[in-house]
Design a binder for this molecule. Structure first.
Ligand SMILES: Cc1cc2nc3c(=O)[nH]c(=O)nc-3n(C[C@H](O)[C@H](O)[C@H](O)COP(=O)(O)O)c2cc1C
Length: 347
């Protein structure tokens, strides 16, 4: 029995096969060094596939609301859509009602993810106002009820993603870690910021190391890892079992290759315009195959800028590309951009 697990929790763990689920997650993290974070508006099925092909060992759908799942909301359903055979992948839920969260986990399991992840870190006002995301860091007993309800409602391992606390004066990551473990969570991801920090300042990695030292389940470190070097430093300084990457992957699925190269001690060169355009075309083709040309092209809008960040003439290219309704027209414009850029460089 875990040194912190009471007799009552031990019975809960036994009846919900927590030990077996933990073994499964531990094995998963033994093979997974770097994960793509859940990101609202970003980590759809196609983006996850692109990142996986560039080295992400595990991916997550963006967070989905328990209410949306229970009401059979088609938009929510689409956010949780998994590709055939997609694995390992997590579906992340948010909400504040333990019964609804349990019901939502039961429904989400039917879609075939490897884990159900619980969002206890989202800082966005709309979510926090309804007691979801990081608001739950201020109500650990309610968080515990949610976790237990979800653990008891799904046969899948349950994981959680937290921040360090609500604010610098209410840091409670160790208390929360302890509670999450007792409540049956199989791994914890921690973003090294408080809710009050939003995305400002630097992520603190010291607390991630403290959590790792205190936890008996795998701890995934998250926050400000933007290069292979950052990755190695986070692993070294915190001892975390894996690292989750969010913003550095937007428009840059090669971050995962860079990290894999760093892990192997190999040199890495960031891609030039030709490779970027090839990947953009591949990304576009997957969108078009899934959603058809019009919707597929429209869904690419948010990716264009980030992929080509720093390159000249991007807003013109975007304007031109988004007038088109056909895949071939978009690709022609992209290839022409690539050639003109190469000419520019050669001149
Ligand atoms: C656009 C965007 C959307 C996000 N959506 C989610 C989400 O749905 N669930 C979640 O747990 N975190 C979400 N996050 C937070 C990230 O997963 C991650 O914790 C945070 O960005 C810190 O990691 P980074 O420094 O690698 O970006 C989001 C972040 C961004 C930038």
């Amino acid at each position: 029995m875990d040194k912190n697990t009471s007799i009552h929790d031990a019975e809960f763990h036994r009846s919900n096969r927590v030990d077996r689920k933990r073994e499964h997650v531990r094995a998963l993290f033994e093979r997974a060094d770097v994960l793509l974070s859940p990101m609202a508006g970003v980590t759809d099925m196609v983006f996850r596939a692109v990142c996986r092909d560039h080295g992400a060992d595990m991916t997550y759908c963006e967070f989905v609301s328990a209410d949306g799942i229970i009401h059979g909301n088609p938009a929510t359903r689409e956010l949780m859509e998994l590709a055939p055979g997609e694995s390992p992948v997590g579906i992340q839920l948010f909400g504040s009602d333990p019964n609804k969260m349990g019901e939502a986990a039961f429904e989400a399991e039917k879609l075939g993810p490897d884990v159900i992840d619980l969002n206890f870190g989202c800082p966005v006002k709309k979510i926090v106002k309804r007691n979801g995301g990081s608001a739950l860091l201020c109500n650990v007993p309610l968080m515990e009820d949610i976790v237990k309800s979800v653990v008891a409602s799904t046969t899948l391992p349950v994981t959680a993603k937290i921040r360090l606390g609500w604010s610098s004066t209410s840091l409670n990551y160790l208390e929360v870690t302890d509670m999450l473990q007792q409540a049956g969570v199989c791994a914890i991801t921690v973003h090294g910021r408080t809710r009050d920090q939003l995305f400002n300042g630097e992520a603190a990695w010291g607390p991630i190391a403290e959590m790792k030292a205190a936890a008996s389940v795998p701890v995934v470190g998250n926050g400000d890892v933007c290069s292979g070097e950052d990755y190695l430093r986070m692993r070294r300084e915190t001892g975390c079992d894996a690292v989750m990457i969010a913003r550095a992957a937007i428009g840059n699925p090669w971050i995962f290759e860079e990290i894999k190269a760093a892990l192997a001690g190999e040199p890495y060169t960031r891609p030039g315009v030709a490779r970027i355009i090839d990947t953009l075309v591949d990304h576009l083709d997957r969108e078009v195959a899934l959603k058809g040309p019009r919707t597929g092209i429209s869904r690419m809008k948010k990716h264009f800028g980030p992929y080509l960040k720093g390159y000249p003439g991007i807003s013109d290219l975007r304007k031109r590309v988004f007038q088109f309704n056909e895949r071939d027209e978009v690709v022609r414009a992209l290839l022409a951009y690539r050639d003109s850029y190469e000419d520019l460089r050669a001149a």
